[in-house]
Design a protein. Structure first.
Length: 323
């Protein structure tokens, strides 16, 4: 699968196929207002905390990349098990309380019917829509998994230090192609990142106290002066898409072409001519090109490894497996 521009353009006006085991409007009979309850909750709360949209989108991605989209990222650790939440990639996830409150609202409407996995998938879509991002179809019918393991999260979720080869392999292992990689990386157009996730690029790239030469020098100097002032900073947050981190647009891709992606995994997308050409195509095309492509890839990602039918369970509490 190549990154060639036409591959991206083919997404325009085409929203893809619904996963055979999921169904649009799955709850129309069992809980007719389920999706409306979720949308209304998101519309009420996201405007007051717009960065949570990025948090929910990231949580959905991390959920789907480990055992499929089964809500396993929501499960708390116990004395006998370190859950996905405990893994390094998930320790900076935010929004768990948001999902818990949303689950309570849905449970009040129709107890024991709607899975946490579906609630997360729908909330991520609706939150992105509230901040002006693209709409994508979310077929439902996912059931919740009961296994959540920190070691699996550590091995399955692409690291911010990943090179292009590692990224392509990680996505291919989930049934996602190279075009999906470019498009889904565009989620970094919203949200923030902790300095510690990329500080090696500023202070110790090869272990000798050097700076990553692939990072724009002016941008790196600004980060050192105004944001990540030393290599040990674990708390400061940096905008993923400076200037428009609350706006869903192609600003992230523009920054990549200026060598201003925060993560090594961001910069990796410009290390191959075909991938870089796809990014240039997205920047030069109408915004709808990115929106339609992102929608297609999100729908595809949302069907990874789903449990349906008699598999899994409907968790009463998203953080705890049913006893």
């Amino acid at each position: 699968m190549s990154f060639r521009g036409p591959t991206i353009l083919l997404f325009v006006g085409f929203l893809g196929c619904v996963h055979a085991q999921l169904k649009l409007g799955f709850y129309d009979s069992s809980c007719p207002r389920a999706e409306k309850v979720i949308l209304e909750f998101v519309e009420e709360h996201i405007p007051n905390a717009p960065t949570v949209a990025a948090s929910l989108l990231r949580m959905h991605f991390h959920d789907c990349f480990v055992r499929g989209c089964d809500g396993s990222v929501l499960i708390n650790s116990t004395s006998a098990n370190q859950a996905e939440k405990a893994a390094t990639p998930n320790q900076t996830l935010r929004g768990f309380d948001f999902i818990d409150r949303l689950k309570s609202a849905v449970e009040e409407e129709c107890p024991g019917i709607v899975s946490c996995a579906d609630i997360l998938a729908l909330a991520a879509r609706d939150a992105v829509g509230v901040i002006g991002g693209p709409f994508w179809r979310v077929p439902t019918g996912r059931r919740d998994g009961s296994i959540s393991n920190s070691s699996e999260a550590l091995s399955e979720i692409p690291a911010p230090t990943s090179n292009l080869s590692s990224l392509k392999t990680a996505f291919a292992n989930k049934g996602l192609n190279d075009a999906d990689l470019v498009l889904l990386s565009g989620a970094h157009t919203i949200g923030v990142a902790h300095c510690e996730s990329f500080s090696d690029r500023l202070y110790n790239f090869t272990g000798t106290g050097d700076q990553d030469p692939s990072l724009d020098g002016f941008y790196a100097a600004n980060l050192k002066k105004n944001k990540c002032r030393d290599a040990t900073d674990e708390t400061t947050l940096v905008e993923m898409d400076p200037g428009s981190f609350r706006t869903f647009d192609v600003g992230y891709y523009r920054n990549l072409l200026k060598r201003r992606g925060l993560f090594e995994s961001d910069a990796a997308l410009t290390t191959e001519a075909a991938a870089k050409a796809a990014i240039v195509n997205l920047v030069d095309s109408p915004p709808q090109t990115f929106f339609a492509g992102f929608a297609m890839s999100m729908e595809k990602m949302g069907s990874i490894g789903v449990q349906t039918g008699s598999s899994g369970e409907i968790r009463r509490n998203c953080a705890v497996v049913n006893s």
